[in-house]
Design a protein around this ligand. Structure first.
Ligand code: PEP
Ligand code: MG
Length: 586
């Protein structure tokens, strides 16, 4: 078995989902969410900690024996061999000596000693041939039971973070991400996750640098070790050397000065060289983000994802909870439009990963379908939206509409709630504008019908890409197919914009692509005059709008639509961007 503790720098490439460069200490959460900080034992406590370690080893051995006996009874002796192998590994003299020496000689906390030593063993197995590599899983199992026995009730969770860390995890759900404590979490990186996942979107909303889809790497790192996370390039560096740290510090410094320069655009309009005014609105998940949008000079809130009210609370929000959140946003946006989207729960937006028993949650009971199945909750939310409509320019937006009947049903419920409020003499705006998201190919194909029955449309490319290309937006293994540049997506966008323009219905685009400056010229050329982007992207998108002419953007869009592959479109757009803003690397 391995014996060296030498560490070499390791550079990992994942998917960049939230910009920013950060350098800090790792907090490693494995798939069970254990948190093992790098902690040391006082010399005077070494003996008692060694005893604690010995107790955990004995308890773990008892657990394995119990499992062995139960399986033997149930299935026979041959199956019990797995547990015999676990016991042999646990009692391996060399392993035991190493664990004890880590506590006695290095003064490592037993939890840290177990995690670091067993992960190193597992890593060695993983690098061997396929058959042996399977043993790595056994070692992780032993690590988990030792940690469970060591930590017992003292098991810490993400909620206990009290110092700056970079969270490294197997996966984080959107709701776990939404609950991260921004005071301490400098950034996060996960083994799973795709470019369009809501975890990614929330990270951007919280302005926490993040990289997802790195593949297995947690065995290579222990809590407390230094990490560099580059959310611009999707890079994570473990055990960085001094030279690399210095290089990234410099990069972070440069990024701060570029951001400070962009801040000067705050009070300038997003007006193109040929005098066309573009509305730059913010996408928010949490009410306090409205302030971040104002601070960057936005023209309103183009998308308020209200489902995060559910994801950050253990119980169903009441009408007053909805009302309080919405009024905070409306108050922060005097005289500016606020588009409140009704609940878009389901698919990956659930409180925990396991609440859904649907086989195909992205195609299942999510979003407006869920609201129309739970009319009382839908009415509660609509009442709150209507009440805040008396306080400002509030508009309502229905998500994931795929048939005209859904839209009509949603409008009927809204009309009914209006009657109810009117009867009770509660103030609301009877002419509140009603819009729909265009995020299914069905909506884009039938758009000429839809636009006759709405006041505005908002194109949700995050889902539109997913459903058009049949590619899960949260799956790293198909991330290369999840591409906003795909000509099929561009054709659906153009189709939607042309149909809206034909009847004078305003259109917005609120998918993540609107926040990437790579696409700004294309989107203006396709006809968009309003973009809704994550707050952190407002200055950059505004800068591009102020550097281009709509006439040229039209030519760019026409050229892009003639191309037959996403790669060709992307390369072309890169060239076009570097022509107007050479210093903007994408
Ligand atoms: C979209 O699908 O583009 C969108 C804006 O909605 P969400 O990302 O919340 O699904
Ligand atoms: Mg969507």
């Amino acid at each position: 078995m391995p014996a060296r503790y030498g560490r070499v720098m390791l550079k990992l490439q994942g998917i960049a989902v939230s910009p920013g460069v950060t350098i800090g200490e790792a907090l490693v959460l494995d798939s069970e969410g254990f948190r093992i900080p790098r902690r040391f034992v006082a010399r005077s406590a070494v003996d008692s900690e060694l005893e604690r370690l010995a107790r955990a080893v004995a308890d773990t051995a008892k657990e394995i024996e119990r499992n062995r006996d139960a399986i033997k009874l149930e299935l026979g002796g041959q199956y019990a061999a797995i547990f015999e192998a676990h016991l042999a590994m646990l009692h391996d003299t060399r392993l035991q000596e190493e664990l004890q020496s880590a506590v006695r000689d290095r003064n490592w906390w037993p939890e840290y000693a177990v995690s670091r030593t067993l992960r190193r063993y597992a890593k060695v197995f993983q690098n061997l041939d396929n058959h042996i590599a399977q043993r790595a899983h056994d070692i992780y199992d032993i690590e988990k039971s030792l940690l469970r026995n060591l930590l017992g009730e003292r098991r810490e969770t993400l909620a206990d973070i009290s110092q700056p860390v970079i969270v490294l995890a197997h996966n984080l759900t959107p709701s776990e991400t939404a609950n991260l404590d921004r005071r301490f979490v400098q950034g996060f990186a996960t083994e799973l996750g795709g470019p369009g996942s809501h975890t990614a979107i929330v990270a951007e909303g919280l302005e926490i640098p993040a990289v997802v889809g790195l593949g297995p790497f947690l065995a290579d790192v222990s809590g407390g070790e230094p990490v560099i996370l580059d959310g611009n390039q999707g890079v994570v560096i473990l055990q960085p050397d001094e030279e690399t740290i210095a290089r990234y510090r410099l990069e972070a410094e440069i990024a701060r000065s570029v951001a400070a320069q962009l801040d000067t655009l705050r009070d300038l309009p997003a007006e193109t060289i040929d005098g066309v005014r573009i509305g730059i609105h913010g996408n928010i998940e949490f009410p306090n983000e409205a302030e971040h949008c104002i601070a960057r000079g936005c023209d309103g809130i183009g998308l308020y994802r209200t489902e995060f009210l559910y994801l950050t609370s253990p119980r169903e929000p009441t009408e007053e909870d909805h009302f309080a959140a919405y009024s905070e946003v409306v108050r922060a946006m005097p005289n500016l439009p606020v588009v409140i989207r009704t609940l878009d729960l389901g698919a990956d937006k659930l409180r925990t990963e396991t609440t859904s028993e649907e086989r195909n949650p992205c195609l299942g009971l999510r979003s407006i379908r869920l609201s129309l199945r739970h009319i009382p909750s839908f009415r509660t939310q609509l009442r709150a939206i209507l009440r805040v409509s008396a306080m400002g320019d509030v508009r309502v937006l229905f998500p994931l509409i795929s048939t005209i009947l859904e839209l009509r049903q949603a409008r009927m419920v809204l009309a009914d709630v209006m009657e109810d409020l009117a009867e009770k003499r509660i103030d609301f705006n009877r002419n509140m504008k009603v819009g729909m998201m265009v995020e299914t190919p069905a909506a884009a194909m039938m758009i000429d019908v839809f636009v006759k029955e709405v006041d505005f449309v908002s194109i949700g490319t995050n889902d539109l890409i997913q459903y058009t290309l049949a590619v899960d937006r949260g799956n790293k293994d198909v991330a290369d197919l999840y591409n906003a540049s795909d000509p099929s997506v561009l054709r659906l966008i153009r189709r939607s914009l042309d149909a809206a323009a034909a009847v004078g219905v305003p259109a917005n685009l609120c998918g993540q692509m609107s926040g990437s400056v790579l696409y700004t010229q294309l989107l203006l050329g396709l006809g968009l005059r309003q973009l809704s982007v994550p707050p952190s992207s407002i200055p950059e998108v505004k800068q591009v709008c102020r550097s281009v002419s709509v006439a040229e953007c039209r030519l760019i869009a026409d050229r892009a639509l003639e191309m037959d592959s996403a790669r060709e479109v992307k390369n072309f757009l890169r060239d076009q961007l570097s022509r107007v803003l050479p210093e903007t690397a994408v």
